[in-house]
Design a protein around this ligand. Structure first.
Ligand code: FES
Length: 74
């Protein structure tokens, strides 16, 4: 599902940037190698940042793999 239609950023790519430690919308774009255009996606990206960091804060074992990709890389 696309989060940013202008730059073609899907949810997986945005969540990946956030999981690398990004906490600001502008840094999400930077991590994806893009710059915002219309900014209609800002609210959705903010929600994803909140979701991802809430998940990390609530995770009982923060260093444990939390998805299929992490398990494959471990
Ligand atoms: S939808 Fe993201 S910059 Fe336009």
């Amino acid at each position: 599902m696309y989060v940013c239609n202008c730059k073609g950023l899907n949810e997986t790519r945005v969540r990946g940037a956030i999981r690398s430690g990004v906490r600001h919308v502008s840094k999400v774009f930077q991590a994806c190698g893009e710059t915002p255009q219309c900014a209609k996606c800002v609210h959705r990206i903010v929600v994803l940042i909140q979701e991802e960091h809430a998940t990390q804060l609530c995770h009982p074992w923060p260093d444990a793999p939390n998805n299929e990709d992490d398990r494959l890389e471990a």
